[in-house]
Design a binder for this molecule. Structure first.
Ligand code: ADP
Ligand code: MG
Length: 252
């Protein structure tokens, strides 16, 4: 929303992320360029959400380093998978969008008139004018996602991480929110979004990372999201099923 922008670059060096010593992302190295827009795709359980949690700092690498140049982790805008959000919590649309102010004014810093105007503009930008007082439990999944995008707008971060932002929402909302993501890209923010819809990822995202617990392909979306690469990712994902027949693959 403001003119300033120093979009950060993210450097991953031999990063292994996981839970209780069990790796979910192996030896990932690469760069997310400043101001780039990257779709992270891959089969279920391929480590996409884990990678975002690693960038945000919710989990520490078991091995390797993740560096975000020029931005403190608290300034990252991060939208987790919708399944993780408690929609029964009695909080209004306006209050939820205002949570985006926290990094600017502290938890109980008080909200200025100017900040209220920022929140109002964000609610209007996601098409929820008139819904300010409604609580989240009265909204559809698509409307809740609009509110969460309003919060991202309010936060005004140069680094935006979105985990399956269009999952289980209506097509109109997905189209509106996709336009908002493209606007953030035009504003030269760095954007990383886990995407379930491969066609959308290929058509609308300049860059893509295909994960299957390790990097299958990373580069321009059209070169990454190809039938051959997807087949390779899927074949690898079949090895993760404990019940699947024993499976061996050559190191890449
Ligand atoms: P994706 O987002 O690509 O579907 P995830 O990153 O959520 O995949 O998960 C990758 C792997 O890590 C999976 O095997 C999953 O079961 C495991 N995993 C994810 N979250 C946790 C957790 N909190 N504790 C233990 N294992 C987890
Ligand atoms: Mg996930």
């Amino acid at each position: 929303m403001t003119a300033r922008l120093f979009a950060p670059r993210i450097a991953l060096s031999d990063v292994t992320l996981g839970y209780e010593g069990h790796p979910a992302v192996h030896h990932l190295s690469g760069e997310i360029a400043a101001g780039s827009m990257t779709a992270v795709v891959g089969p279920n359980g391929s480590g996409k959400s884990t990678l975002l949690k690693g960038i945000v700092g919710l989990i520490k690498p078991i091995h390797g380093r993740i560096e975000i140049e020029g931005l403190g982790r608290s300034a990252i805008s991060y939208l987790p998978q919708q399944a993780n959000i408690d929609r029964t919590f009695p909080i209004s649309v306006e209050e939820t969008a205002s949570l985006g102010l926290w990094s600017a004014c502290g938890t109980f810093g008080g909200v200025s008139r100017e900040q209220r105007a920022v929140v109002a503009r964000a609610i209007s930008a996601v098409g929820l004018e008139g819904f300010e007082e409604r609580t989240l439990d009265t909204l559809s999944g698509g409307q809740v996602q609009r509110v969460l995008f309003a919060r991202v707008l309010v936060q005004d971060s140069p680094l935006i991480l979105l985990d399956e932002p269009f999952n289980a929402i209506d097509a109109n909302t997905a189209a509106d929110l996709m336009n908002l993501i493209e606007r953030w890209h035009q504003e030269q923010r760095t954007i990383v979004a886990v995407m379930h819809d491969l066609e959308l990822a290929r058509e609308r995202f300049p860059n893509a990372l295909l994960l299957a617990r390790e990097k299958i392909a990373w580069g321009q979306a059209r070169d990454v999201i190809t039938p051959a690469n997807l087949l390779k990712a899927r074949a690898m994902s079949e090895c993760w099923d404990d019940a699947a027949p024993w499976c061996e693959r050559e190191a890449v």
